[in-house]
Design a binder for this molecule. Structure first.
Ligand SMILES: [Zn+2]
Length: 260
């Protein structure tokens, strides 16, 4: 995109902000809490609102993925404008955490309230404003972005959902060249932030065998090899005394990006 296009797009986005904010307020006013013990109707309402907003924004193909024991997943698709254009998958979720003790809130959790730098409501940062950011992109390009788009808006992310296991069973549907997972924070209000990497977690099973059979701890404790101690020792080698990762190939890199 050249500078002229970028300026034009910026002006377009500026012009869209009031409408996007109004839609965010509508969405944030719905207590779409997909947890056991909370009514399902608001989750369905948020789903319905978003489907309508996506269609209005030019997404012709909007489907729902219905799986057992979870809220419907919104799936939308805009085909690539040319055969060689890449496809970008946009992810976010329309459910929120329960509000907890409402007496502790400075304003009612499902009444979006202006505060310095933004709006306060339950789930407005996680993840409803990010849903609306995707919508804003579609509007800015009048529903015809320069890439193919796939949209995945989940409805039961906060509680956990069987949807986690679904994409590998239907890989073609989710095939794309890049994903924008809009479910992370900004450095500060007013500073749009693109996170390009996160550290992850792995679940591994480590099995250690030391002796063929058990030995009496009172007689052999400390002297005979102990499987638990071996595991502890191995875990302790993962970090050095400063807490830095000590595994070769997982070096700490100097951070050259923005600092908070
Ligand atoms: Zn989230």
């Amino acid at each position: 995109m050249d500078a002229m296009d970028a300026r034009g797009l910026q002006a377009e986005v500026d012009g869209l902000m009031d409408g996007l904010r109004a839609d965010l307020e509508r969405l944030a006013a719905i207590p779409s809490i997909a947890f056991p013990g909370f009514p399902a109707e608001p989750v369905r309402e948020a789903h319905g609102l978003l489907v309508g907003l996506l269609k209005d924004a030019g997404v012709e193909r909007v489907e729902r993925i219905d799986l057992p024991d979870t809220a419907p997943v919104i799936f939308g698709e805009i085909p690539p404008p040319t055969p060689d254009a890449p496809t970008v998958l946009l992810y976010s979720h329309y459910d929120v955490q329960p509000a907890g003790d409402e007496k502790l809130w400075k304003s009612p959790p499902f009444e979006p309230t202006p505060v310095e730098g933004g709006l306060r409501a339950r789930g407005i940062a996680d993840d409803k404003s990010n849903v609306i950011a995707h919508l804003g992109m579609l509007r800015a390009f009048k529903g015809r972005p320069p890439v193919g788009v796939k949209i995945v808006f989940e409805g039961q992310e906060e509680y956990g959902s069987p949807f986690d296991d679904y994409p590998p069973t239907d890989p073609e549907r989710f095939a794309c060249d890049a994903m924008v997972i809009a479910d992370l924070g900004n450095l500060r209000p007013g500073t749009p932030t693109l996170t390009t990497g996160l550290r992850g977690a792995s679940e591994v099973v480590v099995e250690v065998r030391t002796l063929e059979e058990p030995r009496h701890s009172g007689e052999f404790g400390g002297a005979a090899p102990d499987a638990l101690l071996v595991v502890l020792k191995a875990l302790a080698t993962l970090h050095d005394v400063h807490g830095d990762v000590a595994v070769e190939g997982l070096r700490r890199e100097e951070w050259t990006g923005t600092r908070t």
